[in-house]
Design a protein around this ligand. Structure first.
Ligand SMILES: [Zn+2]
Length: 154
């Protein structure tokens, strides 16, 4: 869930080292979403997904008073895309807006949580996910981010 501690990432700006232009744009779409809707205790994470048709869907997470009822931004963005577009989701990016008291006010890239990885593996197999690294960011397949995924027998 989004309440889990996220690494503090200094990545910022419109051009992220290591990303293709279309993935850079996806990160910016996620940033625009959370920049627009950020509200402490309500919305901290923004996500954007791109479909094979090239459409981009964004969302912010819903941080509820009872934490386990919260819904991640990735899940909402994925649901919007699945509802609206018949082509597969091929790329995902997530960002975290800092709290006002944090010294680093950059909206940094974050990797999806484990629950979102499960959801993406089920509903967007083969998609590429933007993940932060020490130089900026890179993409990995959802399968690489969720090794040995549970599968129902039969
Ligand atoms: Zn999540």
């Amino acid at each position: 869930m989004s309440r889990a501690a996220k690494p503090k990432i200094s990545t910022q700006g419109p051009s992220i080292k290591g990303l293709a232009p279309e993935d850079d744009a996806l990160v910016e779409a996620a940033r625009a979403a959370i920049r627009k809707r950020y509200q402490p205790g309500r919305h901290h994470i923004g996500a954007a997904v791109r479909t094979a048709a090239g459409k981009v869907y964004t969302a912010v997470h819903l941080d509820t008073y009872v934490g386990r009822a919260s819904v991640c931004a990735e899940a909402i963005a994925l649901g919007r895309a699945l509802h609206d577009d018949n082509t597969p989701v091929v790329a995902v990016a997530s960002v975290r807006h800092p709290r006002p008291t944090e010294p680093n006010q950059a909206i940094g890239i974050v990797a999806p949580c484990g629950i979102c990885r499960e959801m993406l593996a089920d509903f967007a197999p083969g998609c590429r996910v933007v993940v932060p690294d020490e130089k900026g960011a890179h993409t990995r397949t959802i399968e690489a981010l969720l090794p040995n995924k549970y599968r129902r027998p039969g």
